[in-house]
Write a protein that binds this ligand. Structure first.
Ligand SMILES: CC(C)(COP(=O)(O)OP(=O)(O)OC[C@H]1O[C@@H](n2cnc3c(N)ncnc32)[C@H](O)[C@@H]1OP(=O)(O)O)[C@@H](O)C(=O)NCCC(=O)NCCS
Length: 186
């Protein structure tokens, strides 16, 4: 599938943000596993990444994957931005922002109207125009947490953030703006 992904900058050294492919599986696992071990995100198995590779976005520089994020769909209209991970050496360069925006493009292309994220990093999602909300808004996620807990996965409580995509199309104006202004003035 071709998506409107593009180079994040005119500078050639800047990592490219693109949909992930099967050749990225190891690098994604490495990024996610390191942070999962610190409780910052849920762990993923190779099978899980491989089965869902079409839901991942990566940033790659000179063939090396330095950041990733994933779209986890819960329903045709709701998804989570998960597994947002940037290599430590690359923090603070805007790559976390780039991969989350890539996932948002994926969500819009799939007609998903609302996305949410769970994170300990408040400022990160707020800087991306997410709004703080309560996880209780997402019973699907709570149910998934319950299942993971039952399987022995430790769940670290995190704050919840949401973004609702606004409709980009507008109803046509009934009166041309110039005429409307003149009408109001008269
Ligand atoms: C959180 C993370 C993805 C941010 O990636 P990054 O590339 O360093 O972030 P960016 O450079 O795009 O920064 C965007 C904004 O978020 C803020 N920010 C970045 N990392 C942050 C952090 N750990 N805590 C709070 N705010 C953070 C930045 O200050 C910046 O805000 P500003 O534009 O107002 O200065 C990265 O630090 C990371 O991989 N952390 C470990 C994994 C994790 O916690 N993932 C999130 C859970 S899904």
């Amino acid at each position: 599938m071709t998506l409107p992904f593009s180079s994040t900058s005119k500078q050639s050294q800047r990592p490219i943000v693109r949909p992930a492919n099967r050749g990225d599986i190891d690098a994604i696992l490495e990024l996610v596993s390191a942070y999962a071990a610190e409780g910052l995100m849920l762990p993923r198995t190779r099978e899980q990444v491989a089965m869902n590779i079409d839901n991942y976005v990566v940033a790659a520089s000179a063939g090396r994957v330095v950041a990733c994020a994933a779209l986890e769909e819960y329903s045709p209209s709701l998804a989570e931005v998960s597994s947002v991970a940037v290599a430590r050496s690359e923090h603070g360069k805007g790559l976390g922002t780039d991969v989350v925006l890539g996932v948002e493009r994926l969500a819009r292309a799939r007609d998903i109207g609302e996305i949410f994220a769970l994170s300990l990093s408040d400022r990160f999602f707020l800087s991306l125009d997410y709004e703080a909300t309560s996880i209780s808004r997402y019973p699907e996620k709570l149910a998934r947490y319950d299942r993971l807990s039952a399987d022995g996965v430790e769940i670290v409580p995190k704050r919840c953030f949401q973004k609702v995509f606004e409709n980009t199309w507008q109803t046509p104006a009934l009166v041309e703006p110039a005429k409307e202004k003149a009408l109001k003035a008269s």
